[in-house]
Design a protein around this ligand. Structure first.
Ligand code: MG
Ligand code: ZN
Length: 536
């Protein structure tokens, strides 16, 4: 009886060892480096706008060259991902980025917390624990929802001062963005000496020194004492090394329209920030995790600004091209491009307005058969794509430039002139007057940040989807010019539309993304491939 028992025990222990080994075999990381690139608000329509412009505009700046998106999709894998929050249908940027960062379902407008409301480690924090280098790059503010979700844990995205402190504690090696206002002491606003000290510290005269903090912490000096090199303009960033905190704007950084039309600035571009981050992070032989955000695609779309959005997509594409050129030379790096959601319910669309006359077609089914080529509707003249590109200023910049102070509206004359000076699509004085009209706020909430006023900008329809109060005069510009642009907008907020996922890297790794995922699964997949096991 003794021998079988020993045998049984032996077999059992072998089976037990195998069970123990198997998960660790499955949990081997598949890649050394992960670069996650998020286009905020970049649904398939926004990618489609760039592609349509790049390939079809008569004077396209791409001149027949494929976009970085096209190159990446041809050499990599394309999938789709849904992104709803844990308890609703439509997601905001904080919740969506949190779900990507944690690989867990998350509540709306939350930063780095799970469905129970507890702080949970992000892919960035887990990568850091494993000895990898980590970085965050955004053209918005460092403390804005998307980057924040990878290195902070707060109950609401609006807590940007607290988020800055969290980020300093999480301490990604490289943090490059705007949003200086959350990193400097509030006494900068009242004490000239403090302000002068900050001006001397930043050594960048164009940087506005004004604080949004409620306390007197100088997080720049705290960062310095933690070993960060500080950078406040392009030159300082160029010469910085090692751990870098770069804050290049009071709030958001230069927008795509100014970037594409080469308006001079001391700020680094999204591409420059991204490549600097890669240069520094790739020095770690244990690898790195980097999140890069093109965050102003969303801002342009909230403003229903099709021209502005096209410029943001071009800015994003330039960054993507540079990242891909770096990644192409590696066999250990995965690049994943996705969005947090679509913004604007945007579309190029055909209309009954100005149905064009067509040249006849010579073929045997047309002229030779006596049949006229005359489509019934306006399918969008290609010249309009050049006109979108010719927009000189984003709607938000041209509108806010007109505001003498925040409570004053521009005159209709001034607004008409500003639009007509900056766009190839012109508006009349009547249209300018409509943009500035108000109506009773049917959705008044006392004390609400944007809905706490008795009157709001006047929309003819879908007004419930314009939620940002006075700012919503700006999308009204978009709605006035939309007919001329062959453009439609469904909303001033986000839609549920599944967003593209494009993965480029080692084939067996990248092909895993060619599926219909949800962002929670996408987050888990990235963690598994970079780190081994995902968050549970
Ligand atoms: Mg964002
Ligand atoms: Zn108003």
């Amino acid at each position: 009886m003794r021998t079988p028992l020993v045998k049984k025990t032996f077999v059992r222990s072998v089976v037990f060892s195998l069970i123990c080994i198997m998960p660790s075999l499955q949990a081997q990381p598949k890649i050394k480096n992960l670069i996650l690139i998020i286009g905020d608000g970049m649904g398939p329509q926004q990618v489609g706008l760039l592609e349509t412009y790049a390939q079809r505009a008569p004077n396209s700046i791409y001149k027949g060259k494929p976009t970085a998106f096209t190159q990446m999709a041809q050499q990599g894998y394309v999938g789709l991902s849904t992104h709803w929050p844990m308890d609703a249908s439509v997601v905001d940027s904080a919740c969506s980025a949190t779900q990507l960062a944690l690989g867990l379902p998350a509540p709306s407008e939350s930063i780095g917390v799970n469905a129970n409301g507890d702080a949970a480690l992000s892919i960035l924090e887990r990568a850091k624990k494993m000895g990898k280098s980590t970085g965050l790059v955004s053209d918005t503010r460092l403390t804005h929802a998307t980057p924040a979700s990878f290195a902070a844990h707060q109950p609401h995205r609006s807590l940007e001062n607290e988020i800055a402190v969290d980020m300093l504690n999480a301490a990604p090696d490289v943090m490059l963005s705007g949003g200086m206002r959350h990193w400097i002491p509030k006494s900068a606003n009242s004490d000239d000496k403090v302000k002068q000290q900050l001006q001397a510290l930043t050594a960048e005269p164009s940087l506005k020194i004004k604080s949004k903090r409620g306390d007197d912490r100088n997080l720049l000096l705290e960062a310095k004492s933690k070993g960060y090199q500080l950078a406040f303009n392009r030159n300082q960033l160029d010469s910085a090394k090692g751990k870098i905190l770069g804050l290049f704007a009071y709030s958001g950084m230069q927008d795509g329209t100014d970037y594409v039309h080469k308006v001079k600035t001391a700020q680094p571009s999204l591409e420059q920030m991204s490549m600097k981050a890669i240069d520094e992070l790739s020095k770690n032989n244990k690898g790195f995790f980097l999140m890069i955000e093109g965050g102003q695609i969303d801002w342009a779309a909230h403003y229903n600004d099709a021209g502005g959005m096209l410029h943001e997509m071009i800015k994003f594409d330039h960054m993507l091209e540079a990242v891909l050129n770096w990644a192409k030379l590696r066999d250990d790096t995965l690049v994943v491009v996705t969005a947090d959601h679509e913004t604007g319910g945007f579309g190029l669309s055909y209309s009954r307005h100005q149905v064009p006359k067509h040249e006849n077609l010579p073929g045997d089914r047309y002229e030779k058969a006596g049949y006229q080529y005359s489509p019934n509707f306006n399918f969008g003249p290609l010249a309009s794509l050049d006109k979108l590109f010719n927009q000189k200023k984003s709607f938000s910049e041209l509108y806010w430039n007109l505001e003498v102070d925040e409570s004053e509206h521009p005159t209709p004359d001034a607004l008409m002139k500003a639009v007509n000076d900056n766009l190839d699509f012109k508006i009349t004085l009547e249209q300018a007057k409509r943009i500035l009209m108000h109506e009773k706020n049917k959705d008044y909430i006392e004390g609400h940040k944007s809905l706490g006023t008795k009157e709001l900008p006047k929309f003819d329809d879908f007004e419930a989807f314009y939620v940002y109060g006075e700012e919503d005069h700006i999308p009204l510009i978009g709605r006035e010019v939309a007919r001329q642009q062959n453009v439609v907008w469904g909303t001033g907020t986000h839609t549920h539309t599944p967003v593209p996922v494009i993965a480029f890297g080692p084939e067996s790794v990248a092909r895993q993304y060619s599926r219909l995922l949800h962002h929670v699964d996408l987050g888990k997949l990235m963690q598994t491939q970079l780190l081994g096991l995902p968050n549970q």
